[in-house]
Design a binder for this molecule. Sequence first.
Ligand code: ADP
Length: 575
Amino acid sequence: MNHFFRLVYFLKYAKKETAIRILLGLGIVGAQFSQTWFLAKMVIAVCEKRNMKEILLFFLAEFLSLFIRAGLIKYQEYFLKKYAAKVKNEIRSQILDKIMVLGPSFKNDQRTGNLQSLITDGVESLEAFLTQYIPQIAVVIFTTIFVTTFMCRLDRTVGLLLFFMSAVTVIVPHVFMPAVSDVMVLYWKEYAQLNAQYIDDMQGMSTLKSLGVSKKEGKRLKDQAIGFAAESMRNLGISLSDSTLITICITAGTSISILLSAIHVAQGKIPYAVLIQVLFLAGECLKPMNDLSIYWHNSYTGLSVAEELLYVLDYPVPEKTKENLQTTGIGEKPEIVLRNLSFQYEKDGADVLKNVDMVFESGKVTAIAGKSGSGKSTIVNLLLGFYETEKNRIQIDGKALESFESDYLRSQISVVFQDSFLFYGTVRDNIRMARPEASDAEIIQAAMAANVHEFIVNLPNGYDTLVGERGATLSGGERQRIAIARAILKNAPILILDEATSSVDCKNEQEIQNALKEAMKDRTTLVIAHRMTTIEDADRIYVMQNGLVEGCGTHEELLQKDQIYQNLVRAQSYE
Ligand code: ADP
C-alpha cells in the first residue's frame, strides 16, 4: 500500500496535467450522461405523444452531447500522450540521476539488463496506473456524488444502491491487492531476468558462437521464455478474477436498479417515466467504474515494478555525496598517498587490498605491476571514489580523498581504461565529452597530441564520422587513441592509464606509447600496465600480489632484486 502512495507522488510533477485529465474525464462522463438523459427524455416524450418540436429538441440536444463527447475523447487521446510523456520523463530522469549518483559500485551489483528493463519497459508500464487509473478515481468520486444525488431524486433506493455499487467497485481491487502484488512482483522479476538474458546473449553472441554453445543457450532462453509465459497466464488468472467480480457488480447493480424501479412503479410509488430514465441511466452511471476497473487491470505491471523502482530510488547514497565537500585543493601536480589501505568489495568479504602503502609522487610516473587479480584496478576504482574506504586512507595533496566532492575529484582525474567506451555519436563529440566547452581547435590539438588526428581526417566524414555502439566501427587501437585524445583534452592534473595498451597490437602500441608520453607531461601519472614496455620508464614501480605490495623500485632495481618482478618480466604477459 505504501508503494501505491509513493507512486502517486510522482503526479506532483504534473499537477496541472492531472487536473486537466480529471476535468476531461468528468466532461466525457457528463456528455455521456446528458446524451443518455436526453435520449430517455425523447423516448418519454414519444410515449406521451408530446409535440414533434419538443421531441426534435431532445433529439438535437442528444446529438450535440454526442458530438461534444466525441470531441473530448479525441482531445483526451492526444492529451494523454503528452501527459504520460511528462510523467514518465520525470521518473526516468530521477532513476538515471540516482544511478549516476550511486555510480559503478551500484551498477556492478545489478544486471545491466535489469536496470535497462526498469528504465524502459518498467517506467512505460506505470503509464496506465498514473495517468489513467489515479485520475479516474477522482472522476469516479465526483461522478458518484452527482449520480447518487441525481438518482436519489428519481428513486431514493436506486440512488443508494448505485452509490453502494460504486463504492464496491472502487474497493474490490484493493482487497485483492496483496495477492495480486505478490504474483505481479514475481512476474516482473521473471520479465526483467528474461530481458537481461537476451541482452547478455546479444552482447556475447560472438563468444557463444565461438564456443559452439549458441544452440544450447538458445534452448535455455526458450525454456526461460516458456517459464515466463506460464507466469503471465498465472497472473492473468488472478487479475481476471477481480475484474470479473467488478463486472458482476456493475451488471447486477444495473439490473437490480431497474428491477427496484419496476417494483416501485407497480406499487405506484414512482411514475413510469422514472422507470424509463432509470432504464437508460443506470448502466451509464456505473460506466466510469467499469473504466476504472479496466485501468486498474492495465496498471498491474506498473504496480509490480514499483518495488524495484523504489529500491533504486531509496538506495542509500554514500555519505560522501551528501555533505558539503571541498571543490578546490588539488594542485597542478598533486601527490597521492595510500596509507595502510585495506579494502573489501563485499561486507565481510575477503580483503582485496591488504595494508597497501604507496606514494604517487608529484609530476612523476608511478606504475603498478602484478598478475591479473592482484588488486591494481581496485586502486583505480578507489581513487575515482567509486567505493568507500576507511577514512583518510587515501590522501591527495595532504587532504583525505573523501573530503572532496565527487564531481570535483573526478574532474581532476583523466582515465584511459583498457577498453575505452565510445558513445554513439561523432568522433568530435566523443572527444569533446571530456570538456564540453572545448573549441574545435582544442579538439584537433588533443587529437594531434594523441597521434590520432591523421587517422580521423582520413575517416569518411573526418571528425563528423559517426562511431557506432561501443565504437564498433573502429579497431581497439583507434578507439584507444581517441580515448587518449579525450584524456589530453580534459587536461586534468592526475592521469590514470589502466592497462591502456593491453588490447592493442604492437604497431598500434608504439603509436599509443608516443601518444601517452605526451599525455603524461606535467602530470602525476599512475600506469597500470599489462606489458612491461609500458612501465620500464616509470619513475617508480610497485609490485603487487594478492592485494599486497611486495616490492617497489625502478625497473632496473626491481630486475636486480625482486623475484616476482623478474617473473613478470620473464612471462612478459602476466596471465
Ligand atoms: P587487477 O586489476 O590486478 O586484475 P582487480 O583489482 O580487478 O585486479 O581485482 C582484485 C580482486 O578483486 C580480484 O580477486 C577480483 O575478483 C576482485 N574484484 C574485482 N572487482 C570486483 C567487484 N566489483 N566485486 C567483487 N570483487 C571484485
